[in-house]
Write a protein that binds this ligand. Sequence first.
Ligand code: IMP
Length: 192
Amino acid sequence: MVLASANPKKVAELREILGARIDLIPRPPEVPDVVEDADTFVGNARLKASALLVATGLASMADDSGLEVDALGGAPGVLSARYAGTGATDEDNVHKLLEALADWPNPADRRARFRCLIVLQRPDGSEVIADGTADGFIAPAPRGPGGFGYDPVFVPDQGDGRTFGEMTQAEKHAISHRGQALASFVAQLPSP
Ligand code: IMP
């Protein structure tokens, strides 16, 4: 299985979760980045998986994820990585989000969810789709040094009041959208 990511940390993490029964290889350097211009997470994951399948002829796995905030009509959504503009840093994006929610100080009005979609496309045309969601709310200010992206301002319902940024990686993955999507993905693969 080829992964639509050249990020060694992502590959190592997935190898650990998927175990020895799957030979997971990172995206070969000659396969270029795909323009992620679909308007859904599953659409973007499909774009990445199918481009990789065409380039390699191998079963291809891709994921797409992001944050949806109810008060903002689901934004930043598929634009999560570039919410504050092309080349925006995580800090820029978090700052823009907190500004956008400034008129809604009440946690009940700051409901949000992280979503992760994983798509596997095989050379025989078959497809596996796995979806994971983590519900929660946006904190008034960033807390915690861990994680990435919007982790310091996301308080998951399934936690103890800490943001994802205040949790260890293991604590986060046990309840995160990505952890849940991966569990669903693995459960849909044929047993060894
Ligand atoms: P991608 O699916 O890796 O491209 O992630 C899209 C963007 O969504 C990231 O750049 C983050 O801004 C945000 N995001 C996705 N998953 C997480 C997460 O687990 N924590 C914090 N931010 C996330």
